[in-house]
Design a protein around this ligand. Structure first.
Ligand SMILES: O=c1ccn([C@@H]2O[C@H](COP(=O)(O)O)[C@@H](O)[C@H]2O)c(=O)[nH]1
Length: 275
């Protein structure tokens, strides 16, 4: 999917919501545990209930890898289900990969070719040659960690080296890499006060923003400082939506929570884009 197509979907659905698919067997409704593939059945029900309200889904691979081969099969079934039934939806493998060049190439093949995700999250720590193999895939997107939503973001990312905070250096340097037009960035919703500075460095890039909902970030603050003239945001919420209920009504309740976020986004789009 191109960024232009993603932008069109945002305006069409009046939403820039990305639903995080972080299935945890200890949290999903107990009646699903009797099925052959509880994780897939859970994801499928969430997707069926929310696909008209969201423009993206972000399975975090940790929640699949934790269950070994069965988990990987659930991940494959989940991405295939989205691609076959809702090809207009942007998909993100939240895997936070990155390694020496030949290894990164294999990670890129795994997520872009084998699993056919639109994008994958990547850590910048190993630098240019660890990220460029992902960027070589046209119409696939590499979402690099810039300023993350957790407290530990302050351990390294905001430290000043050579007169500049590390996350700013990461943003600036990455713009010089080959095929940098395929880059997007992760910025946590809990760091809303940093968005204005980030937009000065990457005014046109899409930002993936986790941290509203369970982590307490503010959607309106993120939009105030982080939105660009193309919207330019994909705001992720996982637990607050997918675990809204532990009962047989979990999908219905997930929809209600997703609808609340979508309505807030619709109003923000209406006020800023006259649509
Ligand atoms: O900075 C980051 C990067 C990634 N995440 C991931 O996003 C979701 C957030 O889930 P919630 O339940 O909505 O808190 C999860 O998969 C994280 O691993 C992040 O939170 N912050």
């Amino acid at each position: 999917m191109t960024t232009q197509q993603l932008h069109e979907q945002i305006l069409l659905k009046k939403s820039f919501l990305c639903v995080g698919l972080d299935p945890d067997l200890s949290k999903i409704p107990s009646h699903l545990l009797e099925t052959e593939d509880p994780i897939f059945e859970f994801n499928k029900a969430i997707i069926d209930a929310t696909h008209d309200l969201a423009v993206g889904y972000k399975p975090n691979t940790a929640f699949f890898e934790a269950y070994g081969i069965k988990g990987w099969m659930s991940l494959q079934k989940t991405i295939n289900y989205i691609n076959e039934n809702f090809p207009e939806i942007f998909t993100i493998a939240d895997a936070k990969r990155g390694d020496i060049g030949n290894t990164s190439s294999m990670y890129a093949k795994a997520f872009f070719e084998d699993l056919n995700f639109d994008s994958v999250t990547v850590a910048p720590y190993m630098g240019k040659d660890s990220v460029e193999p992902f960027l070589a895939f046209e119409n696939k997107h590499t979402i690099m960690l810039a300023l993350t939503s957790n407290e530990g973001a302050f351990d390294f990312q905001t430290l000043t080296t050579n007169g500049k905070e590390l996350y700013k250096q990461v943003l600036e340097t990455s713009k010089t890499w080959k095929n940098s037009h395929n880059l997007m960035y992760v910025v946590g919703a809990t760091k809303a006060e940093y968005f204005a500075d980030i937009r000065k460095i990457v005014p046109d890039s899409f930002l993936l923003v986790p941290g509203i909902g369970a982590q307490g970030g503010s959607l309106s603050e993120v939009c105030k400082y982080g939105m660009n003239d193309q919207v330019g945001l994909l705001v992720n919420s996982a637990r607050a939506i997918i675990y809204a209920s532990k009962g047989t009504d979990f999908a219905e309740k997930a929809r209600e929570e997703a609808l609340k976020v979508q309505k807030e986004m619709e109003e923000i789009i209406r006020l800023n884009f006259q649509v």
